[in-house]
Design a binder for this molecule. Structure first.
Ligand code: AMP
Ligand code: MG
Length: 329
């Protein structure tokens, strides 16, 4: 029997809506990202953005999927982790829709959704996952019914570091793609703090040092090149150790920073050295979007997991390893 799920994402700057069926087909997947004029994301402004663009975006996603609202069997939403005001606006929209359509509601963990959409696309069974985005940087692997975080950033996420550095040198948000373009012209490596502690890593020292090198007149292409080599090298080191320790034979790259060619190249190389298969999620499924929420919602619902309205309160600090994963054996 076909199950059609509307997935709603809204943990940070992006609001997304998608329709996905339980055969894994993505029928529509739309999102809209708040572009701050200056400075970083303000949680309240982002939540206002979601309230403004949300209804029309959902309506467009339904139209684009070629269905009518009555065909929706299930509403899934990003329950956490994320920015409180954004999560609450998103949850309010999801609850209202589930009640209006008289269909079940499923709260989804945003980080787990990034893993599950990657598993769906790659057909991987049990990968080590590198999840890198504006708000998160984690190396994750499944063990004992949970997605365990084997390593993560101790301070800011890699995407946040790239965006903050980019803003400092006058690039518009998001800066990641522009840094990648600059880096291709760079050749001279300038030393930046390489900070891996056990299985964790950190980016704030590197950010400060990069800003100082910029102030001292280091050419931007060389600096962008050095940031990528150092920042991505740290992720690759931890991912390599995770593959070596767990003995898993699949490596998955997911999250918005997965769009970066150089990072993907490094991870593909290490996967090859360890005779592991490698997959990078396609660009439309890499960043924050509703398809990953819809698909994970379907997995949860098909395994008897739904969220009562009274239990649908948002979880801003929901950790990846807090949820029991009952849809995997
Ligand atoms: P997300 O938080 O998953 O929506 O991803 C957004 C983050 O991905 C932002 O920090 C972007 O700067 C970053 N990003 C997007 N494209 C690239 C790229 N080509 N290289 C590096 N970072 C990127
Ligand atoms: Mg994300």
């Amino acid at each position: 029997m076909t199950l059609t799920c509307l997935g709603i994402e809204g943990t940070a700057h992006s609001f997304g809506a998608a329709l996905v069926t339980n055969d894994g087909t993505v029928h529509s997947n739309l999102w809209d990202m708040l572009q701050p004029d200056s400075g970083g994301i303000h949680p309240r402004e982002a939540s206002q953005h979601h309230a403004q663009v949300g209804p029309e975006l959902i309506s467009n996603a339904i139209t684009q999927a070629g269905i009518s609202p009555e065909d929706i069997d299930l509403v899934a939403f990003s329950q956490g982790p994320g920015l409180g005001p954004c999560l609450r606006t998103t949850a309010t929209i999801a609850r209202a829709l589930a009640l209006t359509l008289s269909v079940p509601l499923v709260g989804v963990n945003h980080c787990i959704a990034h893993i599950e959409i990657g598993r769906m696309e790659s057909n991987f069974i049990d990968p080590v996952t590198v999840y890198v985005s504006g708000g998160n940087s984690q190396i994750i692997a499944y063990a004992g019914k949970r997605y365990r975080t084997f390593g993560e950033t101790l301070d800011i996420a890699i995407g946040n570091m790239l965006d903050t550095f980019g803003r400092y040198v006058g690039m518009p948000f998001p800066a990641g793609p522009r840094i990648e373009i600059e880096a291709r012209q760079g050749s001279e490596y300038h030393t930046l703090p390489y900070s891996v502690k056990g299985m964790d890593f950190s980016y704030s020292g590197m950010l400060t040092a990069a800003q100082r090198l910029h102030d001292e007149g280091t050419p931007l292409p060389d600096l962008c090149y050095s940031i990528q080599e150092t920042g991505f090298g740290m992720i690759a080191e931890v991912a390599e150790r995770a593959i070596a320790h767990t003995g898993k034979k699949e490596l998955l790259l997911t999250g918005g920073v997965a769009r970066n060619e150089r990072l993907s190249q490094m991870l593909a190389g290490l996967a090859k050295r360890h005779s592991s298969r490698y997959h990078r999620v396609s660009p439309s499924l890499a960043g924050d979007q509703g398809a990953m929420i819809a698909w994970t919602g379907i997995l949860q619902y098909e395994h008897g997991n739904q969220t009562a309205i009274e239990e649908s309160v948002v979880i801003p600090k929901w950790r990846t390893d807090e949820q029991e994963i009952n849809w995997r054996t």
